[in-house]
Design a protein around this ligand. Structure first.
Ligand code: GLA
Length: 376
């Protein structure tokens, strides 16, 4: 068993989680998103072991996985699949480049909180292997192979936002990413006197994976219906909401709702970025609330705990905006809160939440940080 006290690292990588200010569930619909990497991270320490096996130990799970590089298959154990998927996809791009290595993983990123511990792990592992064996993968290859690992091994047909934010994050900047072209703009994350606060429901309803893939299918179906009349649209985010409304009769109610949310959310993200650039924080905050209501009522990926946390903030003038963040069905809300009122908000909401659900609420004040990087 690998011992973290005596382990001599050749390479050390830090790989962050991410927040997303706005632009939810539209990365796989070719839309715009506004994520950033944060200072909560996974650290991965690597050394070669001159064998054909890789041993990876998770200090948090207090367990290890050993992988035979000649035979990489899916596992029944969820976290093993992040590792196996990354190894498989690096092998597919650069056959025989990966040799045996040992790795110890430690994390201060809460798991299942919607801040992308999975992308942090995948991208950190890929980056570390890339450095250890001098493989020459580009950032974009690391981003894409990590996403492919998630599709093929974990089974979530995620978009590209999480991996992109985790790898490309830059201190004090948000990333306005066009998920169709992968062009991006860095936007200064200066909310002063407001801060970005995450409130963690500490629930993760197990519907999350299957419902996520269902939403993707629903979007594909809605688009196929719209394309019968309008073959010019390649993505739902390209369809004006006016056109979705004109086609209401052709679309079953759930598909209509999904399509309407997607095109409105994309436009809302672009509007929100303009408000942010002009320091119109109150209007930026309103976009967050609208995003939440869309996710709750049209896209149907929220849950009672998330809705409760958002509702608790609506009458508070020191909170400009709040919404669920990430895939949904649990995890965190993201809140734009006046810096002098953060403690007051946490105290009040924590008490109300615990009273209502008998679940502990935790909070994270985010600091926007650099993406995955080699520190040794
Ligand atoms: C998860 C996925 C992302 C994205 C978000 C929702 O985090 O991994 O690709 O779709 O949900 O915006």
């Amino acid at each position: 068993m690998l011992n973290k006290k005596t382990f001599k690292s050749e390479i050390v990588i830090e790989s962050p989680g991410r927040i997303n200010l706005i632009g939810e569930h539209i990365d796989y619909n070719g839309g715009h998103v506004l994520p950033a990497a944060i200072d909560k991270k996974i650290s991965l320490r690597f050394r070669m072991n001159n064998s054909n096996f890789c041993e990876i130990r998770s200090s948090n799970f207090k367990s290890s996985v050993t992988v035979n590089l000649d035979k990489i298959d899916r596992s029944e154990i969820e976290w093993h699949n992040f590792i196996l998927g990354v190894l498989f996809h690096i092998n597919a791009i650069k056959p025989n480049a990966v040799k045996g290595f040992d790795c110890i993983i430690e994390s201060n990123l809460p798991f299942g909180a919607g801040i992308s511990s999975s992308a942090a792990l995948e991208c950190g592992l890929a980056k570390g292997i890339n450095e250890l064996f001098d493989i020459g993968l580009t950032d974009l290859e690391i981003i894409k192979l990590s996403r492919d690992a998630e599709h093929a091994f974990v089974g979530t047909k995620c978009g590209i936002m999480d991996q992109f934010a985790v790898v490309k994050g830059q201190k004090d900047h948000l990333i306005l990413l066009n998920c169709d072209t992968l062009d991006y703009q860095l936007i200064e994350a200066d909310f002063d006197p407001y801060v970005v606060l995450l409130l963690n429901t500490n629930v993760s309803h197990n519907l999350a994976n299957s419902a996520y893939n269902d939403r993707r299918d629903e979007c594909d179906k809605a688009l196929a219906t719209i394309q019968k009349k309008h073959p010019e649209y390649r993505f739902l985010t390209e369809v004006p909401s006016k056109v979705v409304k004109e086609l209401k009769k052709e679309l079953p109610q759930n598909l209509f709702n999904r399509a309407l949310f997607v095109c409105e959310e994309n436009q809302r993200t672009l509007n929100a970025v303009d408000f942010l650039k002009n320091k119109a924080f109150d209007r930026f905050g309103q976009c967050l609330y609208q995003s939440h209501y869309g996710l709750q009522h049209l896209y149907d990926v929220s849950c009672k705990e998330l809705d409760f946390l958002v509702e608790q903030t609506t009458d508070l003038d020191y909170v400009l905006g709040a919404r669920m963040m990430g895939g949904g069905f649990g995890g965190c809300t993201v809140n734009i809160v006046h810096k002098d009122k953060v403690e007051e908000l946490i105290d009040n909401v924590k008490a109300a939440y615990e009273d209502k659900f008998n679940i502990t609420l935790t909070s994270i004040i985010t600091t926007i940080s650099d993406g995955t990087k080699k520190i040794i």
